[in-house]
Design a protein around this ligand. Structure first.
Ligand code: FE2
Ligand code: FE2
Length: 318
């Protein structure tokens, strides 16, 4: 009998599993609100079955026990090292496996634990990028295709990793930037769900609350020791504007931490190109054009130029 306490499990996407490969953890499926053992450790799924499951898997049906999380991470990492798997499949597996972990991350009230969990994810991305440079282009092409809000942070991270690399950051800074990007909106935990999920435009009072998320984020991060100033800055300063009319401090230009200047770009780009329930997404070219023309004063011009090169090298790959 499966334990029915959902807090003892984390979600996985079936598309992260490879057909015919034996799993080393039990997989459970949720049917009519109940968890049932779906695949025993030591068994493998037939290829055709995985295909048909992909279509049904909206991201909330398949679970693995929390205590098997490391086994699952190791499993994904092993896939990343396979010689016979193409880069696109690796990029897809890594992204999908991270999305599932992301969901749990954002529900975890312990920010320190969430940061610890997120580091190996970012490291996996950085390693894949180093070993197979074309992976970045595939990762970018996989981003922005659906509207789950937890994907936003992951996609902002992926874009930021690409931008950090294009700007010549060293590996250590790129990793820190990836983590910082994942947590840039952590302050939204303190904004009411009604506001976060509202389908139409926000009224003045709602907007005031929404605009406080950088402060809330800083307060949350300050409660935990060992969180770097760079991570805090990315969170607190990502809505500042190059020309000085952003919020909350209205600092400008190089007063804004480089990580925050990067997130300002990748965050806006992701918001513009992602399908949300109430807007029509812009095409990548149109989004960047708009950022370069109508919104140009908001961003570090050198970084915006680099973002252009990151994105439009992607076209050739996708
Ligand atoms: Fe934000
Ligand atoms: Fe954001």
């Amino acid at each position: 009998m499966a334990d029915q306490d959902l807090s003892k499990y984390f979600r996985i996407r079936m598309s992260t599993l490879h057909p015919e490969k034996v799993t080393v953890f039990d997989i459970f499926v949720q049917v009519d609100g109940r968890l049932l053992l779906y695949l025993k450790a030591g068994d493998a799924l037939a290829g055709g079955k995985i295909q048909s499951l992909h279509k049904k898997d909206a991201g909330d049906s398949f679970y693995v026990r929390l205590e098997d999380r490391q086994l699952y991470r190791d499993w994904v990492r092993e896939e990343m090292n396979r010689e016979d798997l193409d880069t696109f499949s690796k990029a897809k597996i890594l992204r999908e496996s991270s999305v599932a972990i992301m969901e749990d991350l954002f529900e975890n009230p312990d920010v320190n634990a969430a940061l610890d969990t997120s580091r190996p994810i970012i490291t996996d991305f950085v390693h894949l990028m180093e070993r197979e440079p074309e992976a970045m282009q595939f990762l970018i092409s996989l981003s922005g295709h659906d509207f789950y809000t937890y994907n936003h942070s992951l996609d902002v991270s992926i874009y930021s990793l690409g931008l950090g690399k294009a700007l010549g950051f060293n590996a250590k800074d790129i990793e820190e930037l990836g983590v910082a990007s994942l947590f840039h909106d952590v302050g939204k935990r303190n904004v009411s769900l009604d506001i976060l999920c509202k389908k139409g435009p926000l009224d003045e009072a709602e907007w005031e609350q929404m605009k406080r998320h950088p402060q809330y984020g800083l307060q949350i991060l300050n409660q935990h020791p060992n969180i770097s100033d760079a991570i805090k800055a990315a969170c607190f300063e990502h809505h500042e504007s190059w020309s000085g009319n952003g919020y909350p401090q209205q600092i400008k230009g190089e007063e804004i931490h480089p990580f925050a200047r990067i997130v300002a770009i990748t965050d806006t780009y992701d918001a513009m190109t992602t399908q949300r329930s109430y807007n029509v997404p812009l095409k990548p070219k149109d989004a960047v054009e708009m950022m370069r023309e109508k919104l140009s004063g908001r961003y570090d011009p050198e970084m915006l130029k680099a973002m252009y090169s990151v994105l439009f090298r992607m076209k050739a790959a996708s």
